[in-house]
Write a protein that binds this ligand. Structure first.
Ligand code: PGA
Length: 248
């Protein structure tokens, strides 16, 4: 399986020139690396990035950082998955811990977004992760995961992309260890196997996210359960992201 790298630019990247520098670095590295790279700019920059990529590199595609679950209606400030598809985004991050914490998103909001994204033909990347490693953290993680994918069909389960992102590791510089992250991902894969069967569970792309950088990406991708990474801060530093892609 080719590793999948999701670059979550958050609101760190705001100027078109900054976005172009990142795209150039990504394109340079993606020519030699094996990874498929999804660049997720702030939504207003998506058309600009889609145009800039053009047809120059099939390994680079564009995603959004969030979406609403309705496609039309009186929902001031929102946009639905079909509109994202129309501006040629193909992936969408759903349920990121910052959406949950800052914007109060619930597991049930997340599951609606996941189902609506599938219905529009987008690839949702479902983010889950425990807040701390207190006792029973695996139970908290499992409950959050099952509620966040509630209602998905068997056919869509096989197309799931899951990002395991322990909240305490995001933006802190303290990444999880590949061993522990791989163990948490195995817990999630077993839940999928129980719900949809082993074959489907084995196909699901599982990513690790939380303080990934060039110096630790190799260790995560070496773990047999981990199929890629969701990268925040380090994906907004051109030289650093280039190194991450080359090492993937
Ligand atoms: P980070 O962010 O790489 O800056 O820790 C990861 C994320 O928010 O997904």
């Amino acid at each position: 399986m080719r590793p999948l790298l999701i670059a979550n630019w958050k609101l760190y990247v705001r100027r078109p020139a900054q976005a172009l520098a990142l795209l150039d670095a990504t394109a340079r590295a993606a020519r030699t690396g094996r990874a498929r790279v999804v660049l997720c700019p702030p939504t207003p920059l998506i058309p600009f990035i889609v145009n800039a990529i053009g047809s120059r590199n099939k390994n680079i595609v564009v995603g959004a950082q969030d979406v609403f679950w309705e496609d039309e209606g009186a929902f001031t400030g929102s946009f639905g998955p079909r509109l994202l598809k129309q501006i040629r985004a193909s992936y969408v991050i759903v349920g990121h811990s910052e959406r949950r914490r800052v914007f109060g998103e619930t597991d049930s909001d997340v599951s609606r977004k996941v189902n609506a994204s599938f219905a529009a033909g987008l690839h949702p990347v479902v983010c889950v992760g425990e807040r701390s490693r207190k006792a029973n953290w695996k139970r908290e993680l499992s409950a959050q995961f099952l509620a966040s994918i509630k209602g998905i069909s068997r056919a869509n389960a096989a197309k799931l992309i899951v990002a395991y992102e322990p909240v305490w590791a995001i933006g802190t510089g303290h990444a999880d260890t590949p061993l522990e992250a791989g163990g948490a991902i195995l817990v999630l894969r077993r839940l999928l196997a129980k719900a949809f069967g082993k074959k489907i569970a084995s196909r699901v792309i599982m990513l690790y996210g939380g303080s990934v950088k060039a110096g630790n990406i190799g260790g995560f991708l070496d773990h047999p359960e981990i199929n890629g990474a969701l990268i925040g801060r380090a994906s907004t530093i051109p030289r650093e992201f280039e190194r991450i892609i080359v090492r993937s």
